[in-house]
Design a protein around this ligand. Structure first.
Ligand code: SF4
Ligand code: SF4
Length: 424
């Protein structure tokens, strides 16, 4: 994927509309860490006026890639795309840190990942306190680099390992494939299990394609374009083997859904043949809440359940769901039948996850970005926080733990499955 930095940089009229809402600018008030500043710098680099030195690397790695600026900019200038591309140049110049290379290797080799995580899970209780209900784990003692941060749980067996490929729920007409996403496959497996329960209640047959690979998002945001290229090509080839046999491919994770629906084609834009093949696939790809709301009777089904007391829930909009895919009404519409939805002051504000680099080398930024989010969540007095995204869950679960607030995170599909179970 080649991107003309100069064009985007010159097209920026410096109006500044995007600046006050920029996630990094809010916590690092400096023109260089604003969308306008980033665009100016990428333009300067393209013109040969800015060398990509360590200082420039540090600046470009501070962007959260939240796309808030793109959604606000009157001409939707793709600051996110410019930064993703420049991170590729940075990765080529400086290399990628060893632990990220290991992680991306595992993402490319699912069987090795399955084995390593399964092995690791046996030793976890020695080092971590495990909270099965929250699907998280916390170091028993402060560890180098990570302190006592809350991590997503590592399960002995992944979701895909636990189930057979074909699940018959009695439908003669509907069959969906699940693209699970790494968070729901390895860590927050209750999300994917809940989706299976919901599809069972709706009597919709399910295909669990076992050879699905990571969508490539973590590598894309880090500049490892070789990994992204491999993962997209392998997935496209595999998806084509079952595409005609299913009505849809549904995804319970906002980041994976946005990566597949928006970024795969952008990434492959110079390969016309591949772009066509991707287009055919993405026409059938939906976020889970979107498909369940628009294409099934779930909303009606949920209205007819008998729930005596509606628990209060506040819903956070993942950037990749609301800003990129415009999905925000659907999860609320499914939840509001059985939950008391209390909106926080700005559900659309980025949680501050930011990707692998911010979660590892620049975690202080993630912590700072989460602070105002936690305050607005607490103001709702909701005991349950929900979002259709594993990355937001990881970031916000940690922020809740830091704050000591009495709030549990539950994916909307978990909440829906819970009320179905109660009425079962
Ligand atoms: S993607 Fe987010 S953090 Fe990056 S420049 Fe745009 S608004 Fe700021
Ligand atoms: S809103 Fe768009 S045109 Fe205005 S400063 Fe931001 S990126 Fe530039």
């Amino acid at each position: 994927m080649k991107f003309d930095f100069t064009k985007a940089s010159e097209a920026c009229v410096k109006c500044g509309k995007c600046v006050p809402s920029c996630t990094i600018h809010k916590i690092n008030i400096d023109e260089v860490t604003s969308p306008r500043g980033f665009l100016e710098l990428v333009g300067a680099h393209q013109r040969g006026e800015l060398e990509l030195d360590k200082n420039a690397k540090d600046i470009f790695e501070k962007c959260f890639l939240c796309t808030t600026c793109v959604s606000i900019c009157p001409t939707s200038l793709p600051t996110d795309l410019a930064i993703e591309n420049i991170r590729r140049d940075i990765a080529e110049k400086f290399g990628i840190a060893w632990f990220k290379r290991v992680y991306f290797f595992l993402l490319r080799h699912r069987k090795v990942m399955d084995f390593c995580l399964s092995l690791g899970s046996y030793f976890l209780p020695l080092i971590f306190k495990i909270d099965h209900d929250a699907q998280s784990m916390k170091p028993r003692f402060s560890m180098p680099f990570v302190g006592k941060r809350v991590f997503p749980l590592l399960n002995k067996r992944s979701f895909l390992q636990r189930h057979k490929e074909d699940i018959e729920n009695g439908s003669k007409t509907k069959r969906v494939a699940l693209f699970v996403g790494c968070f729901s496959n390895y860590h927050y497996t209750k999300t994917a299990e809940s989706l299976l329960e919901i599809l069972k209640a709706l009597k919709i047959n399910v295909l669990l394609p076992k050879k699905q690979r990571c969508c490539g998002a973590p590598a894309f945001f880090t500049g490892d374009f070789k990994t992204v290229d491999k993962l997209i090509r392998a997935n496209v080839e595999y998806f084509e083997t079952f595409l005609d046999e299913v009505d849809a491919i549904i995804i319970p994770e906002a980041t994976c859904a946005a990566m597949i629906k928006e970024d795969w084609e952008r990434f492959m834009s110079e390969d016309v043949e591949m772009s066509k093949r991707i287009k055919k696939i993405t026409a059938k790809v939906f976020m889970a809440s979107e498909w369940l709301y628009k294409k099934t009777t779930l909303a009606e089904y949920l209205k007819n359940l008998n729930i005596s007391k509606k628990e209060r829930v506040t819903y956070h909009d993942p950037c990749h769901a609301r800003k990129v895919l415009k999905i925000f009404k659907e999860p609320r519409a499914l939840l509001e039948a059985n939950y008391d939805i209390k909106e926080m002051s700005d559900p659309n504000q980025c949680c501050g996850f930011g990707g692998v680099t911010i979660q590892s080398e620049k975690f202080e930024l993630a912590k700072a970005a989460a602070k105002p989010k936690i305050e607005m969540i607490k103001e709702t007095n909701a005991k349950i926080l929900s979002a259709e995204c594993g990355a937001c869950r990881m970031q916000l679960s940690n922020a809740i733990d830091n704050d000591g607030a009495d709030i549990r995170f539950k994916h909307p599909l978990e909440l829906i499955a819970e009320v179905i179970r109660q009425n079962g």
